[in-house]
Design a binder for this molecule. Structure first.
Ligand code: BV8
Ligand code: ZN
Length: 318
């Protein structure tokens, strides 16, 4: 990617590009959930400053210390369950509604299709914001296929804290049950690094498992349903397929250091598309972006969508 491009931070110029977008893509990272109280990974208060990712988020760590991985994952999961979507999640979720797309993105080739909405976050807050929007009267009008499409176009590429996978029968479960094992009922931070016996870790069928070895209730050890370093992210083929059609990529709250997500902006640029970055501070891809908006995304995104609506309304009534 040529480095000559001088990126703009003119919201109106970007809104005009958005209004002419035929196929919008959205890529988000931990910064999107910072205002919801979820720690980011890197940066000043990033969790990787106090936790070694390869000791809690890699297959090797899992094989060597599943209890360490579960203790870390339990505290993350607890934080996700107590958090709520913020104004940026909510604004992005409104794009699930046809009326919003018609007003904000009048040039979409296929308005019936929500934007490709990729998140690296495992906190489930994007999905929860979409679920709330899908309870609105307009969403009630949508038929089953339209609703299905909204969820299909939202991809949690690094998995989700709400998902567990049985390492024995391979059953995948989505659950908000908390704690997932009695051992995590009391505050984990007091335990220090006392080992947890493996049979007290989350089990397939839960604590009520009664020795059956049926699928989904086999008593096997459960692992967090997230993508660890060294593991292949979810839906890569689908993401790459859709990315080739994206002409505007909105990159929100990510340091763009983790691959393959960090390469998506380059893919869109290579196909002649436009890249816009919304991030609190500088990121790895700023120099290659057409637009860079530095600031808290829970402010920037609602501001951009409001401005976009005003510009399009003025255009429509002109
Ligand atoms: C893979 C789940 C093969 C677990 C995570 C190429 C070059 C170099 C290395 C590699 C490479 N290819 C692969 C690698 C290795 C590795 C990698 O990228 N390592 C990096 C660290 C160098 N990648 C992998 O291992 C991946 N697997 O490549 O498999 C493959 C690939 C493709 C096809 C076939 C095979 C798997 C990576 C997934 C690992 N799992 N999470 C868990 O979380 O417990 S990654 C983890 O980092 C999170 O998911 C997170 O989303 C992701 C990225 O972090 P960010 O979201 O960007 O968070 P960060 O804190 O860094 O930045 C937040 C930003 O927000 C900051 O800039 C901050 O300023 C800003 N901010 C803060 N507040 C706000 C804000 N912005 C706006 N508003 C605010 N209010
Ligand atoms: Zn099982």
């Amino acid at each position: 990617m040529s480095t000559s491009l001088t990126s703009s931070s003119d919201p109106d110029a970007f809104c005009r590009i958005l209004a002419s977008s035929k196929s919008l893509g959205i890529l988000t990272g931990a910064g999107l959930s910072a205002a919801s109280g979820i720690e980011t990974y890197r940066g000043v208060d990033g969790q990787w400053n106090h936790t070694n990712p390869f000791e809690v988020a890699s297959l090797r760590a899992w094989n060597e210390n599943p209890d360490r991985v579960w203790t870390y994952s339990h505290s993350r999961r607890d934080a996700c369950l107590r958090a709520s979507p913020n104004a940026a999640h909510d604004a992005l979720a409104t794009l699930s509604l046809l009326s919003t797309r018609k007003r904000l993105l009048p040039s979409l080739t296929d308005p019936s299709k929500p934007p490709l909405y990729i998140t690296q976050n495992i906190d489930g807050l994007c999905r929860r914001a979409i679920d709330s929007i899908m309870k609105t009267p307009e969403a009630e009008e949508m038929d089953a296929d339209e609703k299905k499409l909204v969820h299909e176009r939202h991809i949690e590429m690094h998995g989700s804290m709400y998902r567990v996978v049985c390492t024995q029968c391979k059953c995948i479960k989505w659950t908000e049950e908390n704690p997932l094992a009695p051992i995590f009922a009391n505050d984990t931070s007091t335990r220090g690094d006392e080992k947890i016996p493996i049979d007290q870790l989350p089990r397939c069928g839960g604590s009520s498992w009664s020795g059956s070895n049926r699928y989904g209730r086999c008593g096997g050890l459960l692992r967090p349903g997230v993508v660890w370093f060294g593991e292949v992210p979810e839906n890569q083929g689908e993401i790459i397929r859709h990315l080739t059609k994206v002409d505007v990529l909105l990159v929100i709250g990510t340091s763009s250091l983790v691959h393959p997500a960090a390469s998506y902006a380059g893919t869109v640029k290579k196909n002649g598309g436009t890249v816009a970055v919304c991030n609190l501070g500088p990121t790895q891809i700023d120099d290659h972006a057409d637009f860079v908006f530095h600031g808290p995304c829970e402010k920037t995104i609602p501001m951009l969508f409001k401005r976009l609506g005003q510009i399009n309304d003025a255009q429509a009534s002109a």
